[in-house]
Design a protein around this ligand. Structure first.
Ligand SMILES: Cc1cc2nc3c(=O)[nH]c(=O)nc-3n(C[C@H](O)[C@H](O)[C@H](O)COP(=O)(O)OP(=O)(O)OC[C@H]3O[C@@H](n4cnc5c(N)ncnc54)[C@H](O)[C@@H]3O)c2cc1C
Length: 423
């Protein structure tokens, strides 16, 4: 099978790269083994929340020169501040073209309310999530945090107690009793956010849901629910807001994440509408090379029939997705054996303090400024690496995971499009 570009990995990085390439007229295939980090994410996208030295970032675009001074290997530093700022705006537009309405901008971070009721700086949040300005307060004095009877993946008491403490407001806790969920509730392993959303999204259940939300929320000015609504779109939430007549927001739950899955679905649909091919459940195992060029990719399902492409993008994620593997001999990238940032001594991989920045989070593939992957110090001519598989940054401490994925993806799409034109 012949494509212009084969992307390995169907997470945020791989899908957004493939979408952009398909928009630019390239015939793309995405091969993806399993679920991506999006299925486990908050649904908010981080660009840059903190510098490596711990300085909080208000404006990601303005902080890029300081980041370059502190972290020369950070993908943003390799790409360059001007290009990163430009691509951040392009990423916002790409998400809009996928039908995703997000709040926020790269000019100014905002705070999102977390499932624990605390607030965390981020770049873009779904419309469903309650947000507030940096150092600001929520605009309500009296809110209701409503759980769902028997649903264990969201604890309203924890959220309400932190909201009351951090925001200095009244936050009441109640539970929704919804008979329509009884069948799911009887099987705890099925009583998960996604399955609940499949039921509550049905228009015929709106009236009962709205009645119960109104009853439990009482006099509260605003209502926070677990994100068990709106698997396909914001419409069920908008309809609920209208029926309840008050602001209703969603807080992320334990995985699977409805808000993250929405992002995945929207990107995947856009890719397929543009003619891209998505191959779920397949794994790229190894490559055939001619000198410094990849000439074929062998996958588990296609066995000895190689996928062939002019360009290959590696977006296989970090340890979490098996894009990187750690064993007793060290850390490696399993498909191509690329050069990785890591530390030789295992004792140096982690900090004993669980809440300290963990060195292993910076491990990952080494690239040049075009994000071409390096092997034995040389760039592979037609292999780029994007997203969490790339090293040199800490997505957690620096709050930059989604941004590195999206911006790297767009940077690479641009490199590939430019190369093809100049051939
Ligand atoms: C649990 C978790 C939660 C997170 N939450 C957030 C958040 O809320 N906000 C935020 O900004 N960032 C978050 N991040 C950071 C996250 O890493 C990035 O935001 C981003 O989603 C990473 O995308 P990715 O496409 O690079 O990798 P992934 O999402 O990990 O996707 C990689 C994909 O590649 C596939 N794959 C791996 N190897 C192969 C192979 N050989 N062949 C074919 N397919 C392969 C995997 O199955 C997977 O589907 C989170 C990270 C984790 C681990």
């Amino acid at each position: 099978m012949q494509f212009d570009v084969v992307v390995i990995g169907g997470g945020l990085a791989g899908l957004s790269c493939a979408v952009r390439l398909a928009e630019l007229g390239k015939r793309c295939a995405v091969v993806s083994s399993g679920q991506s980090a999006l299925y486990f994410s908050s649904g908010s996208l981080d660009l840059l929340a903190q510098l490596p030295d711990g300085t909080p970032v208000a404006s990601p675009a303005a902080a890029l020169p300081a980041l370059a001074q502190q972290a020369a290997q950070h993908p943003y530093s390799l790409i360059g501040a001007t290009q990163v700022a430009r691509l951040a705006t392009e990423a916002e537009q790409l998400l809009q073209r996928c039908g995703l309405q997000m709040q926020g901008s790269s000019e100014q971070n905002h705070l999102r309310v977390t499932p624990l009721g605390t607030s965390r700086a981020t770049w873009l949040s779904p419309q469903a999530i309650p947000v507030l300005p940096l150092a600001g307060k929520l605009p309500w004095q009296n809110i209701a945090v409503l759980g769902i009877e028997g649903f264990l993946d969201f604890q309203p008491q924890m959220a309400a107690s932190s909201l009351a403490e951090e925001q200095g407001i009244t936050a009441a806790v109640e539970f929704l009793h919804l008979p329509v969920l009884d069948r799911l509730r009887n099987n705890p392993s099925e009583f998960r956010a996604v399955n609940i959303a499949r039921v509550l999204d049905l228009p015929e259940h709106l009236a009962a849901l709205a009645e119960e939300v109104k009853r439990q929320a009482g006099e509260a000015e605003a209502i926070f629910l677990p994100a068990c609504l709106g698997l396909e779109s914001d419409e069920p939430l908008m309809a609920l807001r209208q029926a309840v007549g008050k602001p209703v927001f969603l807080l992320p739950t334990l995985p699977p994440s409805v808000l993250g899955m929405r992002l995945h679905q929207a990107l995947r649909q856009r890719l397929q509408q543009l003619g891209g091919v998505f191959m779920p459940g397949d794994t790229v195992l190894r490559a055939r090379f001619d000198g410094q060029r990849i000439t074929g990719l062998y996958t588990r399902n296609h066995t000895d029939i190689p996928l062939r492409a002019q360009q290959v993008v590696l977006a296989s994620g970090s340890f979490f997705s098996n894009g990187l593997v750690a064993d007793f001999t060290g850390v490696r990238e399993p498909v191509f054996g690329l050069d990785v940032f890591s530390k030789t001594e295992r004792a140096d991989w982690c900090q004993p303090d669980l809440f300290a920045a963990q060195p292993y989070l910076q491990f990952g593939v080494q690239t040049d400024t075009q994000l071409r992957a390096l092997k034995q110090g040389e760039a592979i001519a037609n292999l780029y690496a994007v997203g969490a598989v790339v090293g040199g940054y800490d997505p957690l401490q620096q709050g930059c995971g989604a941004g590195v994925s999206l911006i790297g993806a767009l940077h690479v799409a641009q490199q590939i499009a430019a190369q093809e034109v100049s051939v």
